[in-house]
Design a protein around this ligand. Structure first.
Ligand SMILES: [Fe+2]
Length: 407
């Protein structure tokens, strides 16, 4: 099988010429910007006959030269129906284009499992929505080759923050690719080739990628209902909703009966009245059971316990809360030291995640809470190292100037 790669255009998009060695029949895959001339030079050099144009998806950088192939040679264009609109009218998908390009009408509509022949090559269509709804990969099982478009890259995946993207459909798509033989050689739409077996993270991409990129600031705090222990009382269905109208300092710690954790829990207890004065509820959480929390709460400080702690400690035995807050450490099944400041409308306004050996500063948690309260009351913003009582700033050029001349 012939596979020639042409990295073209401002985004270094990979266009491909694939062909059957026995018959000399060939297809263009993703004719990127200015790929026409080099592809045609190679077609001539190898004495190939072009049959068709296959598109992994319709983002402008993958279809920029499709017009030339279709108009000059009348080659039929193959695409999944869900990606037609941007092929016909480039730019309508809302993905910013660097320059105008010409659209074409498709000729053959692709679907999952369809087999496309190029000479004696049999190419299987794998529908892999996520980066765009009509994204497909082209798989040639006989030669162990996959053209993955912008679904899978070496060590990474296609952009999920575009107007066409849908993370929820990306994960099943990647799981499909993870099931291909490990020796499958992958040619992505950008960057270097790789192998399925080299991308060991693929089968758990959702956990690895989604969670590692999780920023919850500005989002509604994930709600939960779970068992919690407050002093000596076990609450069966403690919920975040029940704290609406209060600020919540919600912190995760790795495990009961360990070493850094009790110092943190006592440190929050020592300043609890400061939080209460500010209408803030401190809530701790770990993946331990409520029995373990209860036992730990009844163990004195000098024996490593947290006796005297009076704020609620949530039991996240199912690990669903630490998962939804993006703090679960997969390999150990415990939570990182995550801290979330949740406002009175239950929107997360601050998050901090420390690795296991790094204890947090309760003073810093209080300082951030003060900054939020100050901002909500006065509308002014809090510059670097701001502390309650120190100078704030109007959020404007003038305000900044005034700040710098007066500090
Ligand atoms: Fe793309």
């Amino acid at each position: 099988m012939i596979v020639e790669i042409f990295s073209c255009g401002p985004l270094h998009t990979n266009a491909f010429l694939i062909g059957c060695k026995d018959t000399g029949m060939a297809a263009v895959v993703d004719p990127a910007y200015q790929s026409f001339d080099p592809i045609m030079a190679k077609v001539e050099e190898l004495s190939l006959t072009l049959e068709k144009v296959l598109l992994t998806h319709s983002h402008w950088d993958h279809i920029a030269d499709v017009y030339d192939f279709k108009e000059k040679f009348g080659l039929p264009v193959y695409i999944h129906p869900l990606d037609i609109p941007n092929l016909e009218k480039p730019g309508v998908d809302g993905v910013p284009m660097f320059f105008p390009i010409k659209g074409v009408k498709p000729d053959v509509l692709l679907k999952e499992g369809q087999i496309i022949e190029v000479g004696q090559l049999s190419i299987e269509v794998i529908h892999t929505p996520g980066h765009s709804p009509g994204s497909v990969c082209f798989y040639v099982p006989k030669h162990g080759i996959l053209l993955s478009g912008d679904t899978l890259f070496e060590g990474s995946i296609g952009n999920l923050s575009l107007s066409t993207s849908d993370p929820d459909s990306m994960w099943p798509s990647l799981e499909k690719l993870a099931k291909l033989p490990p020796e499958t050689l992958v040619f992505p739409g950008h960057g270097n080739p790789t192998k399925i077996g080299k991308e060991a993270w693929l089968s758990k991409a959702k956990k690895k990628i989604w969670r590692n990129n999780m920023n919850l600031v500005g989002n509604k705090a994930p709600s939960f209902k779970a068992k919690a222990v407050c002093k000596d009382v076990i609450q069966e269905d403690f919920s975040l909703e029940s704290l609406k109208g209060k600020y919540v300092v919600f912190f995760f710690y790795p495990l009961d009966f360990t070493f850094v954790c009790p110092t943190e829990l006592h440190a929050f207890q020592e300043k609890l009245s400061e939080f209460e004065k500010r209408n803030a509820q401190v809530v701790g959480c770990s993946i331990d059971s409520h029995f373990s929390h209860h036992m730990w709460l009844n163990t004195p400080k000098n024996k490593g316990g947290i006796e005297g702690v009076s704020y609620p400690i949530v039991s996240d035995l199912s690990k669903s809360i630490s998962t939804s807050y993006g703090v679960l450490k997969d390999d150990e099944g415990i939570a990182y030291r995550g801290l979330f400041l949740i406002d009175r409308d239950q929107v997360i306004r601050h998050q901090l995640i420390n690795d296991l050996p790094l204890g947090r500063s309760v003073d810093e948690a209080l300082r951030i809470l003060d900054a939020l309260i100050f901002h909500e009351k006065n509308g002014e913003v809090c510059p670097a190292n701001w502390k309650k009582g120190s100078k704030s700033m109007k959020p404007s050029q003038e305000g900044l100037k005034d700040y710098f001349t007066n500090v």
